[in-house]
Design a protein around this ligand. Sequence first.
Ligand code: HEC
Ligand code: HEC
Ligand code: HEC
Ligand code: HEC
Ligand code: HEC
Ligand code: HEC
Ligand code: HEC
Ligand code: HEC
Ligand code: HEC
Length: 355
Amino acid sequence: MHTFKLPVISGLFGFALLGGLWAAQPAPPVPKVRQNDLAPLPATEKAAATHAPFEAGDCRLCHQRADPASPGPLTGPVNELCLSCHDDFQKIVAGKTGHAAARESCVSCHNPHDSRQPKLLVDESATLCLSCHETIKNFALHSPVKHAALTDGAKCLNCHNPHGSEVEKLLVQLPLNLCLTCHGKDDVTDHDGRKLTNMKKLLAENPVHHGPIASEDCSACHNPHGFQNFRLLNQEYPSTFYSAFDLRFYALCFECHETSMITEARTATQTRFRDGQTNLHFLHVNKAERGRTCRACHEVHASKQKHQLRDSVPYGPKGWALQLNYTKTPTGGSCAKTCHATRSYDRARLPEEKK
Ligand code: HEC
Ligand code: HEC
Ligand code: HEC
Ligand code: HEC
Ligand code: HEC
Ligand code: HEC
Ligand code: HEC
Ligand code: HEC
Ligand code: HEC
């Protein structure tokens, strides 16, 4: 059985990787409240939202006096007031599943009277979120690779519930389903106009799901808020079919897999992809120039063959599908009419035997 290392990136390490700009700084604490100007808008200004009890004109619904010119203090703590009418929010914001900001004060985000923003928000919604979440702000605004999910449609609310959720991290759905709601279509294109794989279809049509996908964790490899690496990958991985070899370039894979499968030219144990003791992972990948990247043989999301082996690989700028025609045998396997003529490997082959 192969052994696996535990994933080791912490938010802070990932943060440090992001251009090294904030390398030495710890993430700033997230404030629990936001100070806002909560006075009603001047009568001359048109509000995008007006709160029903304020519109009713009876300031005593929340304040001690009816006089609009001087309504005086509130009749109780803010959240108690809000929840006395919005009792359906009590359960959502309370406890572990609630957003700390909502538990602390509804008026960090809502104006109790009226607002220039819909839903009585004190600011445009993403700006509001980012005003407290500095770490996410750096990813969202300063990452070389950006994720349109943060700027399209409902922005942060595409994925998060601002008040609370049964799903961890305030997600509106289980993480994998969440990603597949958008990545379950054929027409999603990246920033260069390249069509992105329909992941929902890929996972449905290819039953062998890679470990972290089987545990429904897309974030094990992708940073949903933006990152410096190709495809939002949270560790380095070459973007091309060929690459010079350096363990650093494959930090993504070796966060979980043992490096010895690729560093030793000869081995009797470290990989099953070997002919006798000749390590074929080393032979294909570990080259000073033009080593094949893992994608030449593996599909990291899902495949039909065992070991995440792909049926075909997109080759060249036009993405011509090069077939692998892989066949497994009890002690090895073979690839036919692929990058080379049919070749086989056999782990049981003795050192002196010739192919
Ligand atoms: C739904 C409850 C509610 C109603 C109704 C309401 N208010 Fe308020 N009001 C608040 C809350 C909450 C605050 C913020 C108090 C705080 O932060 O301590 C506030 C604060 C204010 C402030 C001070 C703003 C600031 O930033 O310091 C003014 C002025 C005010 N209200 C006027 C009114 C007037 C006038 C009415 C009636 C026409 C009214 N309010 C009705 C809830 C309400
Ligand atoms: C006296 C009862 C009452 C209190 C107290 C109250 N609300 Fe409301 N609130 C309402 C009603 C009624 C509506 C309109 C209901 C609807 O549209 O479904 C509403 C609507 C809202 C909306 C949606 C506005 C929109 O444009 O869609 C928000 C946000 C809101 N309230 C926040 C608050 C906050 C924050 C507080 C505490 C400061 C609060 N409410 C206190 C009765 C109340
Ligand atoms: C972190 C910011 C934030 C806090 C704190 C917050 N809300 Fe909201 N709230 C939002 C946003 C954003 C929306 C708009 C959601 C949307 O458009 O789907 C919203 C929408 C609402 C609505 C309208 C719901 C609807 O379906 O139209 C109500 C009512 C509401 N909030 C009540 C509250 C109450 C009560 C509290 C305090 C317990 C609270 N909110 C605290 C951000 C916040
Ligand atoms: C007033 C400041 C404030 C605002 C505004 C705010 N948050 Fe938060 N948020 C917090 C705090 C405080 C925590 C708890 C942080 C912690 O435990 O480290 C938190 C935690 C979170 C978490 C992690 C929850 C978890 O279970 O670990 C998410 C996700 C989140 N916020 C999303 C949002 C989104 C989306 C918005 C905009 C709708 C938003 N926040 C607006 C203060 C804020
Ligand atoms: C495409 C979906 C998606 C969008 C859009 C999105 N997030 Fe997230 N967010 C996630 C996921 C998934 C996680 C959990 C990541 C994990 O567990 O590593 C998360 C985690 C978080 C956390 C908790 C971070 C932590 O380390 O605990 C915060 C805070 C947060 N998001 C804020 C935001 C804000 C603010 C926005 C808008 C600018 C936003 N998110 C937009 C998917 C999204
Ligand atoms: C609200 C829709 C939406 C959701 C939800 C969403 N995405 Fe995306 N994603 C997009 C769009 C649109 C693009 C293409 C534009 C772009 O690259 O930003 C994209 C692009 C990507 C890319 C390629 C980025 C690049 O430019 O190379 C990756 C990887 C990705 N998403 C992963 C995820 C993961 C993982 C999740 C779940 C945490 C997720 N997405 C959830 C809309 C979404
Ligand atoms: C084990 C790490 C890993 C996990 C887990 C993972 N991905 Fe990926 N993802 C990658 C790598 C590596 C690439 C780049 C593939 C390539 O170009 O060969 C990629 C590429 C993508 C792309 C761009 C596809 C394209 O057509 O170029 C999308 C979209 C994407 N992933 C979404 C997801 C979603 C959704 C999930 C969860 C279901 C997920 N990923 C889980 C590693 C992972
Ligand atoms: C030339 C094709 C090829 C390339 C390139 C390749 N692999 Fe493999 N890999 C295989 C084959 C074939 C197997 C299945 C061996 C068996 O079980 O017979 C395999 C098996 C594996 C295994 C299972 C454990 C083992 O070593 O037997 C892991 C993990 C793995 N590969 C990771 C990687 C990573 C990471 C990369 C890139 C750094 C990579 N592979 C590049 C062909 C390849
Ligand atoms: C977050 C951890 C994680 C990351 C990152 C990761 N893997 Fe995996 N990988 C796993 C787990 C868990 C398994 C399943 C182990 C098992 O079935 O024995 C697995 C299985 C595999 C297998 C099949 C092994 C077999 O014996 O059948 C291959 C091939 C593979 N990974 C390649 C890769 C490549 C290539 C990358 C980098 C692009 C990568 N992995 C990144 C965790 C990870």
